[in-house]
Design a protein around this ligand. Structure first.
Ligand code: SAM
Length: 245
């Protein structure tokens, strides 16, 4: 089993990875980010939608959103979040390496490092090609992740965080000559320690731009945050956007 197929990981760490703060941040970004602007009826595909962190706020702004995820438990949470927000979303349990509905969407998003999860480079390329297939001509792909340059600048220092009822320790390790990154989580709660690890590719802006170009995207550009800031020494995220010609 690959780490992202482990439902227990998402169940154990759900309130840490998908905190109320992150949900509020997504709501603010959906309302104000020029990169996430949607008009009523914009057809959005949220790849690796998780508990609907962006699916639901974008639907609340009038977009027709489809969320795709492998985790049944997270899709249940997304469904509940949509009902509570009084909005409708379409949720599909599928592997992003397989999901491809041709010409169906105006915007495909991949948020919070939901891209680059597969060890095999070709499988990550397949996700990009599927995203291109899913887009109607002129549609856009937006990927938000933790860039290699940001990681190199900020360092992978261990973090100790207070979480509800316990403490979370996160230790990051750079792997394979800065190709991949592993986050080890240790959650101390109720006298127990639960451990989980997440491994993903670590892309520089240049690497990711090349990959989008290879998958057939044009007008590929990078941003350093959701206000469409440049990807420079102040960047907090690596956001790359490409257009399906
Ligand atoms: C870091 S979480 C981000 C979730 C969400 N985008 C957010 O912003 O909160 C990554 C998500 O990708 C999903 N995922 C992992 N592997 C997947 C796969 N092969 N196909 C579809 N979804 C997958 C996980 O279940 C998880 O919900």
């Amino acid at each position: 089993m690959e780490w992202f197929e482990d439902e227990a990981l998402w169940a154990d760490f759900t309130d840490v990875l998908f905190s109320a703060e992150r949900a509020a941040e997504a709501e603010t970004r959906a309302a104000s980010s020029p990169l996430l602007r949607v008009a009523p009826g914009t057809r959005v595909l949220d790849l690796g939608c998780g508990p609907g962190t962006y699916t639901v706020p974008l639907a609340r702004r009038g977009a027709e959103v489809t969320g795709v995820d492998l985790s049944a438990a997270l899709l249940d949470r997304a469904s509940t979040a949509a009902s509570e927000a009084g909005t409708e979303v379409r949720l599909v349990r599928a592997d992003m390496r397989e999901f491809a509905e041709a010409d169906r969407f105006d915007l495909v998003i991949s948020m919070y490092t939901s891209f680059g999860l597969f060890d095999d480079h070709e499988e990550n390329m397949r996700v990009l090609r599927n995203a291109r297939t899913c887009l109607a001509p002129g549609g856009r792909l937006l990927i938000d992740l933790y860039g290699k340059e940001v990681m190199a600048r900020d360092g992978a220092r261990p973090k100790i965080l207070d979480v509800e009822g316990g403490t979370l320790i996160v230790r990051g390790t750079v792997l394979d000559d800065w190709t991949r990154f592993r986050d080890d989580f240790y959650l101390v709660r109720d006298g127990r320690v639960r451990q989980a690890s997440i491994v993903h590719h670590l892309y520089s802006a240049v690497e990711l731009k090349r990959m989008l170009a290879e998958a057939g995207f044009t007008g590929v550009e990078c941003f350093g945050g959701f206000d469409a800031e440049p990807y420079d020494h102040r960047a907090r995220r690596l956001i790359v956007r490409g257009v399906r010609a």
